[in-house]
Write a protein that binds this ligand. Structure first.
Ligand SMILES: O=C(O)CCC(=O)C(=O)O
Ligand SMILES: [Fe+2]
Length: 235
């Protein structure tokens, strides 16, 4: 039995909690097939080139549920996932969307960022990242994060991908779950010889605006997704 109170405590202290073997491997294979089938049909970039260049964010997003694809609903409705979310966020949290992220072979990963502004400590998104494949040093695409950085305010300005002291590197395995606070400083390392996918069920605590993740914070800029604009340079 997983102790959700302990996991929640770890989350609030460290800004993340990583749980291996959370989901059934067969369910992971089914979802993974759905994802690769989709991206075989459509792997064109959705962001404009200047964003990809400047943010070093080499990711193609897909929102299956918005298209009426219900393949991912079982994951989202998983009772343990809902209970753990409630333990972390409290009552009346709500789902934002399911976003699948695809990265091609030999792509950049994602630069250091925060998913949303830490100005208001209470306004944050919770990433519930599900991994349908193994990710390790040979595939590339591991995640680095700074434990406790969700309490440290804005990620310092600087170069997009240079190493930050005290990071930890997670190599997600198939079926694992990463609960990641949107204010935690995190990045995805470059991808080598395999495509990489992750599936994110984003949600928010009560009273958080729906558009909380519209502006993401990079070390060299602030980027607004709704109109695709760099709204501030940082240096
Ligand atoms: O794909 C991942 O492992 C992390 C992606 C990410 O930065 C996010 O979902 O906010
Ligand atoms: Fe992120």
């Amino acid at each position: 039995m997983m102790d959700f109170k302990e996991l929640s405590k770890f989350f609030h202290k460290n800004g993340y909690v990583y749980i291996k073997d959370f989901f059934n491997p067969n369910l992971m294979d089914e979802c993974h097939d759905e994802i690769t089938t989709h991206f075989k049909k459509d792997s064109t970039y959705k962001h404009d080139v200047s964003f990809i260049e400047k943010s070093k964010t080499d990711v193609i997003p897909w929102f299956p549920q918005i298209e009426g694809n219900n393949k991912f609903d079982d994951l989202e409705m998983d009772k343990r996932l809902c209970d753990l979310t409630e333990e972390i966020l409290g009552p009346r949290w709500r789902s934002l969307y399911c976003m699948v992220m695809f990265s091609n072979v030999s792509s950049n990963g994602q630069a250091w960022h925060q998913d949303c502004s830490p100005d208001n400590k209470k306004n944050f998104n919770l990433n519930r990242l599900v991994y349908t494949m193994d990710i390790d040093a040979s595939t590339g695409g591991e995640i680095s994060l700074i434990p406790g950085s969700h309490k440290k305010g804005l990620i310092p300005a600087g170069s997009a991908t240079e190493q930050i002291h005290d990071d930890i590197k997670i190599k997600p395995t198939k079926g694992s779950l990463l609960m990641l606070h949107g204010h935690t400083w995190h990045r995805v390392h470059p991808i080598f010889n395999k495509i990489r996918v992750s599936t994110n069920f984003r949600c928010v605590p009560e009273n958080t605006p729906d558009n909380v993740t519209d502006v993401a914070i990079y070390r060299n800029m602030l980027f607004r997704f709704s109109d695709g604009k760099i709204i501030a340079e940082r240096n």
